[in-house]
Design a protein around this ligand. Structure first.
Ligand SMILES: Nc1ncnc2c1ncn2[C@@H]1O[C@H](COP(=O)(O)OP(=O)(O)OP(=O)(O)O)[C@@H](O)[C@H]1O
Ligand SMILES: [Mg+2]
Length: 470
């Protein structure tokens, strides 16, 4: 908005007024150069004031724009989190935060106004004094007879014509400064490094000296394979251990593998690596033998479908939300809704054309989750990544979804994060993620028998817990 305003108004006037001042001053110098010099005397102090002002003002403008950003964040969070705020009776502290930030912003804006007042004072007063001086000097010289009255009148008319162009410089400069600061903020975002499209991961892996791995017992070309994958968040504090390290995992083609681990162990992080929402720090991930960094993101994401913990829906119809995951039409939509046990969609007022409202908040948590699941399966993806897809469902619905999912999963390679034994049982095998590594892989019953940590996670059984603690 600031840039648009700058282009529409101050830019034009800076040009027009700049040219007017130059031409006007030249004419005055030609008419009478001594009087012209008198008029030019304030130029130096005005210029100095402008330079000083510009520096201070741009600092204040930047601060004000940042503060507007902070204030907007508070307002946005208060609106989105209105239920939490009401539920915990936090409206006073939110209001206080708003008042504090808006008070700060008001202070900065007043500071800006004071700066502007100073420069306007200088820019308006000094030229007026110079014109006054020129009038006195000119009158004396007309009396002496060394200057004609006509020249003096012409000279002063020219000087007066320059008053508005000079006076306007102050706020034109201020608006330009605002625009410059806004441009700076704009390019801070636009200059963010673009995601590398291909082979960056491979180069990184090469640089880390990862040896080629041949230790998998079935052909590497098939399925979803993690090879010595390590990952740390780029913004993690230096020296902190990576979230995942040395992950070796082979999900065979058509197999489904459940990923189990304590909360915070890195399951969501691991699943986010497959569609390249984050880049592996070292190691590599392959789909049917093809390194995911060698594919375009578009291709990769068309082959991998995801459903995350937070089922995010968009303000569109139920059908549009589901078909966002691929699929062609009503048939695919119906099938996906059936798999996800989301048949409630047909009973909505306008069926699948019902709008779900902003963020899908007109639906229940479990309904949203089932639609997100339908979105993941609608495109019949080769690879399916599900992050705890059934957590919000009651046992009966969960069982029904599982039965349907099992049919889908039969020919899909799937990685499913699970917390509950019933979800784990969907999968052919289970992998346990602990301390950033895969510490065990096997079937649910095997691990339940042989791995105390797993038994502890799955059952909360005191006997298993004691065993685990030992
Ligand atoms: N964007 C992020 N930046 C930095 N650290 C993060 C980020 N997201 C997660 N982490 C950290 O990574 C670790 C693993 O988080 P992750 O979300 O993968 O856990 P999780 O196994 O999915 O847990 P849960 O079962 O609760 O969903 C946590 O310690 C978390 O603090
Ligand atoms: Mg998680």
């Amino acid at each position: 908005m600031l840039l648009r305003m700058f282009l529409a108004f101050p830019l034009t006037f800076l040009l027009v007024n700049g040219v007017t001042i130059l031409v006007g001053v030249s004419i005055m110098l030609v008419q009478d150069w001594t009087l012209g010099l008198v008029i030019l005397v304030p130029a130096a102090p005005v210029l100095i004031t402008c330079v000083v002002f510009e520096k201070r003002y741009s600092g204040a403008a930047r601060r004000a724009q940042d503060q507007v950003g902070d204030l907007t964040t508070v307002v946005e969070e208060s609106v989105l989190g209105i239920r939490i705020i009401k539920g915990f009776g936090r409206h006073r502290s939110q209001a206080r935060a708003f008042r504090e930030l808006s008070g700060k912003l008001r202070g900065t804006e007043l500071h800006k106004a004071r700066l502007l007042a100073t420069i306007l004072g200088v820019i308006v007063t000094l030229p007026e004094l110079a014109i006054g001086a020129a009038l006195v000097l000119g009158a004396v010289r007309v009396a002496d007879g060394s200057l004609s009255a006509g020249t003096l009148v012409a000279f002063l008319s020219t000087a007066l014509a320059l008053r508005w162009p000079v006076d306007s410089i102050g706020f034109l400069l201020a608006m330009s400064q605002e625009a410059a600061t806004a441009t700076e903020r704009y390019f801070e975002v636009m200059d963010a490094e673009e995601e590398s499209s291909a082979s960056a991961g491979r180069r990184a892996a090469g640089a880390m000296g990862v040896p080629p791995l041949e230790r998998h017992d079935c052909p590497r070309e098939h399925g979803l394979v993690f090879e010595n994958v390590s990952f740390r968040y780029p913004d993690a504090p230096a020296g902190s251990p990576p979230v995942l390290h040395g992950i070796d995992l082979h999900i065979r083609r058509g197999e489904s593998l459940a990923l189990v681990g304590a909360t915070g162990s890195g399951k969501t992080t691991l699943t986010a690596l497959v569609p390249r929402l984050h880049e592996v720090t070292s190691g590599r991930i392959t789909l049917d033998g093809e390194d995911i960094t060698e594919m375009s993101r578009e291709e990769l994401r068309s082959r991998v479908a995801v459903a995350f913990e937070e089922p995010t829906l968009f303000s569109a119809s139920v059908g549009e939300n589901v078909l966002m995951g691929g699929g062609a039409g009503a048939d695919d939509l119906g099938r996906a809704l059936a798999v996800a046990q989301a048949d409630f969609a047909h009973a909505l007022p306008q069926g699948v054309d019902t709008q779900v409202g902003e963020q899908g908040l007109s639906l229940s948590g479990g309904q949203r989750q089932r639609l997100a699941l339908a979105r993941a399966v609608v495109g019949r993806p080769d690879f399916l990544v599900l992050d705890d897809p059934l957590s919000a469902l009651d046992v009966h619905t969960e069982a029904a979804v599982e039965a349907a999912l099992r049919r889908v999963l039969a020919d899909t390679t799937a990685l499913i994060v699970a917390h509950r034994p019933s979800t784990v049982l969907l999968a052919d095998r289970v992998a346990l993620l602990s301390g950033g590594r895969i510490t065990a892989v096997g079937t649910h019953h095997e691990l339940l028998r042989t791995h105390p940590e797993y038994a502890h996670l799955m059952s909360g059984d005191p006997a298993a817990e004691q065993e685990y603690q030992r």
